[in-house]
Design a protein around this ligand. Structure first.
Ligand code: GRF
Length: 199
């Protein structure tokens, strides 16, 4: 089986980099015939693009500001992604800090092969500012969730979660940094399991 993975980012791309490193370290090519074929950003200035290029991965920018509607942006994005569909093996699409809400048509097109990472223990704290909201709520634990994407935001089936303690004196920034290290672990774990299931 030849399986292409496409990763979508908007900024730093540390989750994307962790996935690329996991693919190398755990030999996704040898074990599953899978490779990270492309990284796509909706922002030209996303620093993660430089890392992808340094690894010899194809990169694309689809700038959402150039499209009058969400639907038109999503159509173009889907076109770029679909070029990586391999015969008999649809591309796996990983959202990694991709800060755009996707239209229902896009989500349905990639249904079952569209994965996201969210920095909270879903179903708690869907949406933005998850770490500050967890602190404001007095949570003793925070975390992250890898889930399949369905049309309802942050509500798809959960694939992996990591629990992270909230420590005395935490700020949204210190908590986010602690959660992020675990995001890197569980995203690779969830993708490995998906690839295993498809092999
Ligand atoms: C991560 O916490 C991700 O869960 C959230 O935004 C952050 C992006 O980090 N959606 P990075 O771009 O992967 O470094």
């Amino acid at each position: 089986m030849k399986k292409n993975i496409v990763i979508l980012i908007s900024g730093g791309g540390s989750n994307m980099a962790a996935l690329v490193r996991a693919a190398q370290r755990d030999d996704w090519a040898g074990r599953f015939g899978a490779r990270v074929a492309a990284v796509i950003s909706n922002k030209q200035e996303a620093v993660g693009l430089d890392f992808a290029k340094s690894q010899g991965i194809e990169t694309h920018v689809v700038d959402h500001r150039l499209y009058p509607t969400r639907e038109e942006f999503d159509i173009r994005l889907a076109e770029v992604i679909s070029a990586y569909d391999a015969p008999g093996s649809p591309v796996l699409v990983l959202l990694a800090g991709f800060m755009r809400i996707l239209s229902q048509a896009f989500v349905e097109k990639f249904s079952g092969r569209l994965v996201n990472i969210h920095p909270s223990l879903l179903p708690a704290f869907e949406g933005l500012h998850t770490h500050q909201r967890a602190l404001d709520a007095g949570c003793k634990f925070a975390g992250a969730t890898v889930h399949l994407v369905t049309p309802q935001l942050d509500k798809g089936p959960i694939l992996e979660q990591a629990v992270v303690p909230v420590l005395e004196g935490d700020t949204a920034q210190t908590l986010a940094a602690r959660v992020l290290t675990q995001e890197h672990v569980i995203y690779a774990k969830a993708v490995t399991r998906l690839l295993q299931a498809q092999t």
